[in-house]
Design a protein around this ligand. Structure first.
Ligand SMILES: Cc1cc2nc3c(=O)[nH]c(=O)nc-3n(C[C@H](O)[C@H](O)[C@H](O)COP(=O)(O)OP(=O)(O)OC[C@H]3O[C@@H](n4cnc5c(N)ncnc54)[C@H](O)[C@@H]3O)c2cc1C
Ligand code: FES
Length: 274
């Protein structure tokens, strides 16, 4: 019988420093036929390192053909600290893809607003890449991204290229500007007056710290966005990632199976404010 907990090996092909406490790992599964590479935007992977444990990380890249995928890891504790010591050619364990995907059929021909905070840009990036790859299928695209400081902005070069797409804008804000920063300062919500999408018909995707999600949802509801058009990617403690251990269970739902992406209407049913 197949052991669902058994990871496959993946080689670290490249390590990219995103910020003082975050790195992106480009991973190449050794078994090229493995379904790890057939993920959809919004899903996550369980990544393990012998002696340090296993944890969920969202795919930070759209499915691509050359046999690699990316994850971006913020250093917070034992496993993530150990991951940050790894170099090219080192091996990690991966299993997945797990979790639900963003509602790809629902966003077709719609305006879309993305709101990310800090490393919350990682889960949204595959969807943003997907939308820009199929640009003609979508309306106006607005991206709001807030970080602690300019040093903490992920995917800097790629973000510049997003702003060059037609009918699209990227708005950045930081809490603590440095001398070179000429942009907006403050929380993501102060950028909402700049967005030019129709709240009645647009979809919103949010990911970031719980407090950011909470206050951003309050403000976008005031602008007239509909509860079932607002989606947030949630982080809850997970052990198995496959609906067996119950660690992520809330009111009849497993965040690892039914989520991690929920509409605000679903979040309210689950009693989750953020
Ligand atoms: C679906 C999902 C997707 C995720 N995607 C990413 C990602 O793309 N990049 C990324 O950097 N992190 C992501 N995380 C969080 C990541 O799993 C944790 O940071 C990781 O488990 C920390 O392991 P550690 O051993 O380094 O930290 P630990 O030593 O276990 O803990 C260090 C600190 O982090 C806190 N922490 C640990 N796990 C979580 C968690 N799940 N949620 C909130 N706080 C936690 C602990 O309370 C503690 O304060 C995701 C979590 C989930 C549930
Ligand atoms: S993490 Fe085990 S049931 Fe969801």
């Amino acid at each position: 019988m197949k052991n669902e907990y058994l990871p496959i090996k993946a080689v670290i092909e490249k390590v990219i420093v995103e910020s003082p406490d975050a790195k992106t790992f480009i991973l190449r599964p050794i078994d090229k036929t493995n379904h790890m590479l057939k993920h959809k935007p919004g899903q996550f992977v369980m990544l393990s390192l012998a002696g340090y444990g296993e944890a969920p990380f969202t795919y930070a890249s759209s499915p691509i053909k050359d046999g690699v995928f990316q994850i971006s890891v913020r250093r917070v504790g034992i496993l993530t600290h150990a991951l940050h010591q790894l170099k090219e050619k080192d091996i990690v364990g991966v299993r997945g893809p797990y979790g639900n995907t963003f509602p790809l059929a629902k966003i077709k021909n719609k305006d879309i607003l993305f709101i990310a905070g800090g490393c919350g840009m990682a889960p949204l990036r595959p969807l943003i890449q997907y939308v820009f790859k199929n640009r003609k299928d979508y309306g106006r695209i607005e991206i709001i991204y807030g970080c602690r400081s300019p040093k903490d902005i992920f995917y800097k070069e790629e973000i510049k290229s997003w702003a060059n797409n037609p009918n699209s804008s990227v708005h950045l804000t930081v809490d603590e500007p440095d001398q070179a920063w000429g942009g907006t300062c403050g929380v993501v919500c102060i950028l909402l007056p700049k967005i030019k999408v129709n709240p009645k018909t647009s979809l919103v995707f949010l990911c970031g710290p719980g407090v950011m999600i909470k206050f951003a949802i309050k403000d976008i509801l005031k602008l007239g966005f509909k509860e079932n058009n607002i989606y947030a990617s949630l982080e809850r403690y997970m052990k198995c990632g496959i609906g067996k251990c119950g660690h992520c269970y809330i009111k009849g739902k497993y965040v690892c199976l039914d989520g991690p992406n929920f509409s605000y209407a679903q979040m309210k049913e689950l009693g989750i404010d953020s």
